[in-house]
Structures are given as structure tokens and as C-alpha cells.
Design a binder for this molecule. Structure first.
Ligand code: DAH
Length: 339
């Protein structure tokens, strides 16, 4: 073989590169010329047999063939794999282009408050217990010491489903479920949906969320309840929040209280959100009524306990400064993506 034949070989090789239409075909060309048993290694092997005066030129020619062929193979490979734009061959993946933003969802403010509340109570030893949205009248009312002449049982207030079933009006029936199934002590929180026949306005919804708490053990006191809710308030709202208890009535607790937090927006000085009072009602609570304990087979002489139920939307609204409860259900992404 001589220089001229080498040039012919190069021309052939480059032509085959140009003619390859698939990556596989191109690879076959590469193997044919540059592969371990390909033509070029064989040519290199015969270099020593070339006449000494020709050897240098022949060697250079062989090297040039190798370089040009490699270059042509690379370029052709880009064309086959990639895209051709404005006559310039560019690879399919251009690492210098700015990334494309993927739209990212956010966690709904109601879910955020539930997750945070569950986390806070978990640090106090509470575990999560859940119950169904469809309850029976016994657990939602009677076992909670709410007699059947109580106005909350009225069709105007409760979604009755027939057969004594209803959409639970509160998360309190889960207290009954848990105590029916477990001997004391119990320490649970129950986040969940509740339903009431309320007309929707800026602060009311027919479907809202509560988180219920129940702690039953020996010698549980109202002071324990107060300490727990105050700790929760500081964790949820920040260290400057103040908590107050007002006497109240619930059928299933005795004594009963309502628990207010200082308004998150005005810090207690009075504003539109707290209707100038400086306080926002957050929870109903109290010491579990002995009649409730008897319904579930607990001995009210042996154990005592506290319970509470809080409105999740309330907390979300003051925590995030949301003026209208309906914004939480519209699911307008322009609103939701702010949280
Ligand atoms: N279930 C009550 C409501 O929906 C809130 C409540 C009050 C829950 C006192 C309790 C409690 O556990 O002890 O208004």
C-alpha cells in the first residue's frame, strides 16, 4: 500500500460516513475502519514494511486518515442523534440552555395547619386516631351526652343520611370510637372533616375541619388542659401569643371552657379580624363528663381526662391572614401558590 492508495481509502471511508443513515450503520463504519481488527490498525501494522524513505510520509498519511475519520464520525453521530439548527449541528441535549421551570404545587393551608398541629401534639405524646365522616347518631350525639331534644340534632343543623346515619358535625365521635376500643390511658388527636348545615359566609362553611384531642389517665386536671393548649398556641402562633379560658357549656365536658388566642393580626390591640376584641376563639374544651366515661365503660372514679376540639380553618385564617374562609375552598391556584 502506498500514499495514493491511502488517500483513496480515506475518500471511501469519509463517503461511507456521510452515507450512514442510522447510528448502527455509522457504528459499523467505525468498526470497519477503526475497530480493533479494522483496516487502520492493520495499516499501522504494515508500517514497518514500508520502504524507509516513504515511511514517514506514509505514517503521517495514516494518522491524518485516523484523525479525519474520527472527526467525521463524531460529527455524523451528532447529526444522527441530534438536531440541526441553522446549519449548525448541535447535540440533542444542550447543557448551556437555561432550565425549563416545572410548575410546582404547594401544600394547602388547611393541610399545613393539620400537619403542624399533629406534629406539635406528637411532641407531647399524642398519636393520631381517625374516624369516618359518616357516623351514627349514637356516637355523634348520644354517647357524647347530647340528648335527642338538643337543637344540634335538628334537620336544620345536621345532614342526616337516613338509617340513623349522618355526616359528623364534629370530630368528637372519634373520642367515643377510641375509648370503646381501648382501655385507659389514651392520648390522641383526630384531624378531620366536619359537616353542618350552615349557610356559607366569610367565616362559616358547611364543610370544615377540626382537630380533636383527648387525654384520659389518672388525675388529669384542667391545669393540664390549660398547659397543653397554651403550649400548642405558642408553637403554632409564636411565643408572644396569649391564651385565655372562658367558662362555657358542652354536653360532653364538665366543666367546659372556650379557649381564645390573642389575635395574630393586631397582637391583641383590636382589629377587624378579631372584631376589635383582641381575642379569637379557637377551641372548645373541658374535662370529660363522667356520663361519657360510663357510656364507653370507663370508671369515672378511677380516671379523669380532658378533651378539646379546634377549628382548623380558624387557625389557618389567622396564621396566614386569610380574610374569607371561602378562599380556602375555591382552590384558585393564584391563591394557593402563595402558601
Ligand atoms: N365538638 C365541639 C364543637 O364542635 C368542640 C369541642 C368542645 C370538642 C369541647 C371537645 C370538647 O372535645 O371537649 O363545637
Amino acid at each position: 500500500m502506498n500514499r495514493a492508495e491511502l488517500e483513496t481509502l480515506k475518500a471511501e471511508a469519509l463517503e461511507q460516513v456521510g452515507a450512514a443513515e442510522t447510528a448502527d450503520a455509522l457504528e459499523a463504519v467505525r468498526i470497519h475502519y477503526l475497530g480493533r481488527k479494522g483496516l487502520l490498525p492493520q495499516i499501522m501494522k504494515i508500517l514497518k514494511d514500508v520502504a524507509p524513505e516513504e515511511r514517514a510520509a506514509f505514517g503521517q498519511g495514516a494518522n491524518a486518515l485516523k484523525l479525519e475519520l474520527t472527526d467525521a464520525l463524531d460529527k455524523r453521530s451528532l447529526v444522527l442523534h441530534g438536531t440541526q439548527s441553522m446549519g449548525v449541528n448541535v447535540p440533542a441535549f444542550d447543557t448551556t440552555l437555561p432550565g425549563r421551570w416545572m410548575p410546582r404545587g404547594s401544600i394547602h393551608p388547611v393541610s399545613q395547619v393539620i400537619e403542624e398541629a399533629v406534629r406539635i401534639f406528637a411532641t407531647l405524646g399524642f398519636t393520631v386516631a381517625e374516624g369516618p365522616d359518616v357516623e351514627n347518631g349514637y356516637r355523634n350525639f348520644e354517647a357524647l351526652n347530647t340528648p335527642d331534644y338538643h337543637p344540634s340534632l335538628d334537620d336544620k343543623d345536621t345532614f342526616w343520611l337516613g338509617d340513623g346515619l349522618l355526616l359528623r358535625t364534629q370530630t368528637s365521635p372519634v373520642q367515643i370510637r377510641v375509648m370503646e376500643q381501648n382501655p385507659p390511658p389514651v392520648r390522641i388527636v383526630t384531624p378531620g372533616r366536619c359537616y353542618r348545615r350552615d349557610t356559607t359566609d366569610a367565616t362559616h362553611s358547611a364543610n370544615f375541619h377540626q382537630i380533636e384531642g383527648l387525654y384520659v389517665d389518672r388525675q388529669v386536671s384542667l391545669a393540664d388542659l390549660k398547659g397543653t393548649l397554651a403550649h400548642f398556641a405558642r408553637q403554632m402562633m409564636g411565643p408572644e401569643v396569649k391564651v385565655r379560658f372562658r367558662p362555657h357549656f358542652f354536653p360532653f365536658t364538665e366543666p367546659s371552657v372556650e379557649c381564645d388566642f390573642t389575635c395574630h393580626v393586631c397582637k391583641g390591640s383590636g382589629c377587624r379580624v378579631c372584631k376589635q376584641s383582641g381575642w379569637i376563639e379557637i377551641a372548645g374544651a373541658g374535662m370529660v363528663d363522667p356520663r361519657v366515661f360510663r357510656k364507653v365503660g370507663y370508671d369515672p372514679e378511677a380516671v379523669s381526662g380532658y378533651a378539646f376540639g379546634m377549628g382548623i380553618e380558624r387557625i389557618a385564617m389567622i396564621r396566614f391572614g386569610i380574610p374569607d374562609i371561602r378562599m380556602l375552598y375555591d382552590n384558585d391556584v393564584r391563591f394557593l401558590k402563595q402558601f
